[in-house]
Ligand binder design. Structure first.
Ligand code: XMP
Length: 315
């Protein structure tokens, strides 16, 4: 475990060495990139500019939530609207690795354009150790290409700076608390967003369904935590599956989509266990998803697999 009081001055020193002039910061609103952004602002002040990309693959209310979170953290930032670019990049793609690479590339193209406007060739990212460990490299097999590591296009014009690359999640959380990031224990959300929770084709309609289902899972799990029925899980979300199934709506047959709910406990995301949820909580989630997406989602499953052998996200 790192000692934040020692880590911060060292990281600031390194950042000043690695960024001679100005830098853009890729800020997703997650704990990792927010912590990296705050460190960078401490090191460079006005010479750093944080950018938050609205990919069209975000959760319900995320732009507002992230903006509020940055304001509370004391981070200055700009929002860039880029949903069209991301949906165009994902058109016709079903392979999870291709998806991740296309998303990684779309992010970099957006950052390159913003970096040009800001007059820099540096990009600070919140990459942490599991990101590059699982993204493979010379010694390891690729488990999944994290959008901010293996997803980088070969012709990238930016020099990437990663102040947290040797830290694990629990260490980043300790550092985040030390730097005054509010709510440092909230659940992670993957950089590629809902695209990796929509297995199969990623269309605006399917992303909308995943967004509704994810919001329901979050609300119901947070309610169960608030009511003292369960401990706060590490992560809790919904995944739209690439199969259709038969259901009934009134007197009619519907051939709708299927959602899988995933709620896991973990320490650092390298391993995880599926959480044993009360049947009443699961039942309410299934009832709400099939009612609020009536005729669109007809079946809800609960994922009882641990990591390994499964990963936390489906893709
Ligand atoms: P997996 O699915 O590999 O996920 O067991 C481990 C943790 O990482 C998150 N995750 C990502 N985070 N970019 C991110 O910033 C990514 O590409 C990415 N893929 C997975 C996942 O939500 C879990 O917390």
């Amino acid at each position: 475990m790192i000692d934040p009081a020692k880590f911060v001055p060292e990281a600031i020193e390194r950042l000043r060495r690695e960024v001679p002039d100005k830098t853009l910061i890729a800020a997703s609103g997650g704990i990792d990139s927010t912590t990296a952004a705050l460190l960078t602002e401490r090191a460079l002040g006005d010479r750093a500019r944080a950018v938050f990309v609205d990919t069209g693959l975000l959760r319900a209310g995320e732009v507002e939530r992230v903006s509020e979170f940055f304001r509370k953290s004391g981070l200055r930032f700009d929002v860039v609207l880029a949903a069209d670019r991301f949906f165009a990049a994902l058109e016709g793609v079903t392979d999870p690795e291709v998806k991740r690479r296309r998303i990684g590339e779309a992010f970099i193209r957006v950052f390159e354009a913003e970096a040009d406007r800001f007059g820099t060739d540096r990009l600070v990212q919140g990459t942490i150790a599991p990101d590059w460990i699982e993204s493979g490299g010379a010694l390891r097999d690729t488990i999944k290409t994290h959008h901010n590591v293996g997803g980088l296009p070969p012709d990238i014009r930016l020099k990437v700076v990663e102040p947290l690359r040797d830290l694990y999640k629990d260490e980043v959380r300790a550092l985040a608390r030390y730097l005054g990031v509010p709510d440092a224990d909230r659940q992670p959300f993957p950089g590629p967003g809902l695209a990796v929770r929509v297995t199969g084709l990623v269309t605006p309609d399917r992303v909308r369904r995943a967004r509704v289902a994810n919001a329901i899972v979050e609300e119901e799990i947070e309610r169960a935590v608030g009511d003292g029925k369960i401990r706060r899980p590490w992560q809790y979300f919904a995944v739209l599956l690439p199969v259709r199934s038969v259901g009934v709506l009134g007197d009619n047959r519907v051939h709708g989509e299927v959602v899988s709910v995933r709620v896991v406990e973990s320490i650092d995301a390298m391993t995880a266990t599926s959480m044993d949820l009360p049947r009443s909580v699961l039942g309410r989630i299934a009832e709400r998803i099939t009612r609020e997406l009536s005729g669109e989602v007809v079946r809800v499953l609960y994922d009882i697999t641990d990591k390994p052998p499964a990963t936390i996200e489906w893709e």
